[in-house]
Write a protein that binds this ligand. Sequence first.
Ligand code: SF4
Ligand code: SF4
Length: 160
Amino acid sequence: MKLNPKFKDEITKIHGGEKIKLCYQCGTCSGSCPITFITKAYNPRGFIQMALLGLKEEVLTNKNIWLCTGCYSCYERCPQGVEPAYVIRVLCSLAAKTGNIPAATKAGAQTILKQGLLAQVTDFVQKQREKLGLSRIGQTGVEEVQKIAKKTGFDKLVGL
Ligand code: SF4
Ligand code: SF4
């Protein structure tokens, strides 16, 4: 196990990670987290501790960091104003840059880039909507999404 004591400094330089060093490990974030309630493998306090200790590789290769729903319960309740939801987002961004994106997340991103929507709209779905008197789902905004993805390199990051 290799420790990288400068990892926390790296995080504080990224938007959203500025306050990580204020964490005093009270656990309020994990106690408020709906995902931790479902699986103990997801633990925002633990991920922040790993980052503070310099366990860079371990935390960035941990697929569970991607389970955050962005509900912001931790953000609202952290007594130190660490904004843990943002810190987790920073960890995911860094993980993505090192190629550690779970297959399901990558597939979701590819679907958004291809059709502008996260859920795949199949012919079956369109027909069911028609039967129910609902309008067809279009591809509004997909060109704009693709343009942004190309400019930022997000398309390559998710393998398109
Ligand atoms: S609630 Fe805030 S201070 Fe407490 S463990 Fe989570 S991030 Fe750290
Ligand atoms: S934002 Fe993420 S880490 Fe925070 S409580 Fe919600 S699911 Fe948990």
